[in-house]
Design a protein around this ligand. Structure first.
Ligand SMILES: [Zn+2]
Length: 87
């Protein structure tokens, strides 16, 4: 089966994301511009409350997107604190 097979990700969790629903409109828009089959897009809500209206399903499934970016910010902050301790 192709990697972009239709999957229902609604209410699944990927890292900090919770999938709210599929974004079919966005998928259709992207699909119109592409000659290749496009994976589905999903409306996701981060634990910090931020909503991203179109996250690619493939990116969620392979773990490349796990938050709106706040997760990365926390990591950077932790590193900065660590550096200060070191000095
Ligand atoms: Zn977030």
């Amino acid at each position: 089966m192709p990697a972009f097979q239709k999957q229902n990700l609604t209410s699944k969790q990927f890292g900090y994301w919770t999938v709210i629903r599929e974004n079919r409109d966005h998928h259709q828009q992207v699909q119109k511009r592409s000659r290749h089959p496009v994976t589905s897009f999903w409306v996701c809500k981060c634990i910090c409350g931020k909503i991203k209206p179109a996250v690619r399903g493939s990116v969620l499934l392979d773990g490349r997107s796990q938050s709106c970016g706040c997760q990365r910010k926390h990591t950077l902050k932790r590193q900065a604190e660590k550096n200060q301790d070191f000095c």
